[in-house]
Design a protein around this ligand. Structure first.
Ligand code: ASP
Length: 591
């Protein structure tokens, strides 16, 4: 139907007869001539229709915004002084001679011919219109470039694209499952995969050797700002490799991709053990662009009268840290400090102690803070000396359970970085390695930090003897404080796998019931293997600078896990439920 894209015409087409198809972006009547801006996915072309072609002119008069047209005409240079130098199409226009109205359009729910801020609910309700906006189309286009780049890279490295099932059994990645009732097996359910984890491991047992998939994953989690119930992973698995080889391949892929698609050059990714990341930044995905670091001061405050500090310092699960911000004492008003106190409260901190270093020559007298009198001048000065504090600095403190301190001061560290513009570079990629194998649950049990198929870095006997101290061969790739992807070397020995299950409270019988197929596969000559998965949505969000992952997904769910476009999830009729052997409860109180 067309010879060119609207956005594809330039001076090289002058004097050519062309045919364009697209949407009416704008119509302007200019004393006798009509200007139509015709838009398609590649851009906008200016069409001029004059009364010498009365039929076309009449049709042009009748079209409205977003009508779909086919236009034939001749490309010519725009008259001098009327060019739009910002666009490739801005030096030419098309003298339109024939118009076909391919379709009409109702008035758009929001204007597309100029940028207007539209509420997200409306944008998602009319997503098909929202995606017509160039900034949205560009993100989709970029996403497509990234997936094809990754496919090319992995194909080149001998990885094989294999699809794994969507209707499957629960794959434990730590979230709730989306369940699908079976019509043919009354009372039984499929689970949608939280990831292709077990299938990709089975593919290694099969000898596929190098696997990848652009895989949809489903997790029924309480949604946070950057989560979606269904999301896409670049899922990778590889046999006969150690973690070093794997990390190097993945690092090469990300480095080359950022270079080729964005012209950004990354340094070699530093590798930091989990324990160091938690100690220095209170986070397993530290944003290394921000130079602030935690300094532990438990030992200095343990014997003071100040209960809040001494209590946390003497609690085996507690932690007291100081966070020094150079030269910020004057920049932060009382009001701002109060706001930060509220901010850390979101993460469970009960307060935010601080000391402003006014004049160290005056000893403790030169420290301004409500807590100096509780801690004592000497203790405060020892803290200042450990921190290497100088006049004009401000020091914040966190004292509580270590988990609360890490979260609260970790978040404050990021916030201060943004508020005071402390960034030392634009991009800070890294690996976090040597994760603990397990963490404690609120009921005192253990849960796998990565997943139960991750290989510990010790023997089964050592693991069973001291599970909470065991480390795993797991690694996360982190960029600017965001986890881009994570993975591990897997367990390939059935004994080790059973030991891990037992530690997690899954006895041999239950393990056989739930994961018999995996335990079987491990028995039949499973090669050493490992892999990882990147969160594609988050990767694209970072690469495009989008504010949320919803901006880089064509049809995302809202924060309450709904699709407002299709109104899903929705009710189904009785007959369907009956076929599925399902009866719903009338209300929650009927439980
Ligand atoms: N399956 C893991 C996840 O979804 C990734 C991996 O270990 O490869 O987080």
């Amino acid at each position: 139907m067309r010879s060119h894209y609207c956005g594809g015409i330039s001076e090289s087409n002058i004097d050519q007869e062309i045919t364009l198809c697209g949407w009416v972006h704008k119509r302007r009547d200019h004393g006798g001539v009509i200007f139509l801006d015709l838009r398609d996915r590649d851009g906008v072309a200016q069409i001029v229709i004059d009364p010498d072609t009365p039929e076309a002119f009449k049709l042009a008069e009748s079209v409205r915004s977003e009508f779909v047209l086919q236009i034939k005409g001749r490309v010519r240079r725009r008259p001098e002084g009327t060019e739009n130098k910002d666009k490739a199409t801005g030096f030419v226009e098309v003298l339109g001679t024939e118009i076909v109205i391919l379709n009409s359009a109702a008035t758009p729910p929001f204007p597309l011919d100029e940028y207007v801020d539209v509420g997200e609910e409306v944008r998602l309700r009319y997503r098909f219109m929202d995606l017509r906006r160039p900034e949205m189309l560009n993100k989709l286009r970029f996403r497509s470039k990234v997936t094809s780049y990754i496919r090319n890279f992995l194909d080149g490295q001998g990885f094989m694209d294999v699809e794994t099932p969507i209707l499957t059994r629960a794959t434990p990645e730590g979230a709730r499952d989306y369940l699908v009732p079976s019509r043919t097996h009354p009372g039984s359910f499929f689970a949608l995969p939280q990831s292709p984890q077990l299938f990709k491991q089975l593919l290694m047992v099969s000898g596929v050797d190098r696997y990848y998939q652009v895989a949809k994953c489903f997790r029924d989690e309480d949604l946070r700002a950057d989560r979606q119930p269904e999301f896409t992973q670049i899922d990778v698995e590889c046999s006969f490799v150690d973690e070093n080889t794997l990390m190097l391949i993945m690092e090469q892929m990300v480095r080359e991709m950022f270079h080729d698609l964005l012209n950004i050059d990354f340094p070699v990714f530093p590798r930091m053990p989990y324990s160091e990341a938690m100690k220095r930044f209170g986070s397993d995905k530290p944003d290394l662009r921000i130079p602030l670091e935690f300094v532990d001061v438990d030992d200095l405050v343990a014997d003071t009268e100040f209960k809040v500090f001494a209590g946390a310092a003497n609690d085996p699960k507690g932690r007291v840290v100081a966070l020094k911000v150079d030269g910020a004492a004057e920049k932060l008003s009382r009001k701002q400090i109060d706001d930060y106190t509220k901010f850390v409260g979101i993460y469970g901190a009960k307060g935010l102690a601080w000391i402003k270093v006014n004049n160290l020559e005056q000893g403790a007298e030169g420290l301004q803070s409500p807590i100096v009198k509780f801690l004592g001048g000497d203790v405060c000065l020892s803290i200042m000396s450990r921190l290497g504090a100088k006049n004009g600095d401000i020091v914040f403190f966190g004292a509580d359970k270590a988990t609360i301190v890490n979260e609260a001061l970790g978040a404050l560290r990021i916030k201060l970085g943004h508020d005071l513009d402390l960034f030392t570079c634009e991009w800070a990629p890294m690996w976090v390695v040597d994760f603990p194998m397990f963490e404690e649950t609120s009921d005192g049990g253990l849960t796998a930090i990565h997943h139960p198929f991750t290989s510990p870095s010790c023997t089964p006997e050592e693991l069973a003897a001291n599970p909470s101290e065991a480390l795993s061969i797991a690694y996360d790739m982190v960029l600017n404080g965001t986890e881009l992807g994570g993975g591990s070397i897997r367990i390939h020995d059935p004994e080790m796998q059973k030991t891990v299950f037992r530690i997690l409270g899954i006895n041999d019988e239950e393990a056989q019931n739930k994961f018999g197929f995996l335990l079987d596969a491990l028995k039949f000559g499973c090669p050493p293997h490992g892999g990882l998965a990147f969160g594609l949505d988050r990767l694209i969000m970072l690469m495009t600078g989008a504010k949320s992952i919803r901006e880089v997904i064509a049809f995302p769910k809202t924060q309450s896990a709904m699709c407002v476009l299709t109104q899903a999830p929705g009710a189904v009729d009785e007959k369907q439920l009956k076929e599925l052997h399902i009866r719903t409860r009338k209300s929650q109180s009927a439980d």
